[in-house]
Ligand binder design. Sequence first.
Ligand code: SOE
Length: 383
Amino acid sequence: METLNVGMIGYGFMGRTHSNAYRQVCNFFDLKRQPVLKVACGRDAANVAAFAKQWGYESSTTDWREVIARDDIDLVDICVPNNLHKEIAVAAAEAGKMVLCEKPLATSVADGREMVSAVEKAGVPNLVSFNYRRVPAVTFAKMLIDEGKLGQIFHYRANFLQDWTIAPDVPQGGPATWRLDAAAAGSGVTGDLLAHCIDTALWQNGSITQVNAMTETFIKERVHAETGQTQPVGIDDACTFFCRFGNGSLGNFESTRYARGHKALYTFEINGEHASIRWDLHDLHRLEWFDHNDAERLRGWRSIHVTDHGGEQPYMDHWWVPGLQIGYAESFVHQVADFLGAVEEGRTYGPTFAEALETQKVCEAVLNSAASGQWVDVTSGAG
Ligand code: SOE
């Protein structure tokens, strides 16, 4: 079998989810090329060597430019803090590599635009990792919407709630807590969590045209893990926004890392003319469905266990037997299977960098709206 050599830049939580996907994908999906974990790259030589050994990479390095310069690397996978995405992605594209980049695309629309033009100029396959699209129940929801089963859509609401930053002694910056450092992350929950909700919403319900947001930073100063100094916190700890979609529906989004009791509660609900859908990451294999076309006496919310085979419910015929569910890690396997499969067939597969730039524009408009206290038009507000 032909091989596809992967260079992984970054080895944290996301480096693990992506590495797992490359290792598993050919066990479950028919691809022409088998991903080979060639080299892992990270700033700490000992830690990245340990990661490489554990996950089966052939080698490790601390120099990402060395990875990109290697002729035998086909695909560069970027799992580093957000502020480093642009430089690595542009260099990888210029070297002719396929690029898979963790979300969000960038820390600003301006950087995102440079990344889009680099991959488009080089003509290289590119993908941003918004993995929740590839949870079978979420993909199934998209299929039902595209089939017109909901009719006209009136409302889209989504939440992404966590509680891991409530303690004031959680530092900002450094390998484990760079998401709290505005210089590394670009923003707080808007870029980290709402970006997921926005990506799914744009995919399922089309463009967002206007937003009205508010953000809050509950803890104003934290110790920086790298300097040891107490420094102002520049990220949004919580963000809530309303929006208008191009199709006329109204949206309502909320995200926080201060929702005590919630670890990663991503939910969405979509209300249409004929039916409603809701989904909950904590019960990710189920899709809740209400159909007004049901006989009146039988109307009620159904809980569909999305594990059926035969192609009508997506992905599941690649796994075990009907009724046996899969989880979070498999969304990354699906993403890699779809991306590499599309590349083999000469198709693009989304979200491409260009599609992820649309999410970036909404995030930037949301932050601009929160700063100004005004409604912001997504296209002009995001520059
Ligand atoms: C933050 O805690 C985080 O790990 C995000 O960075 C991921 O994108 C999300 O899927 C889970 O939460």
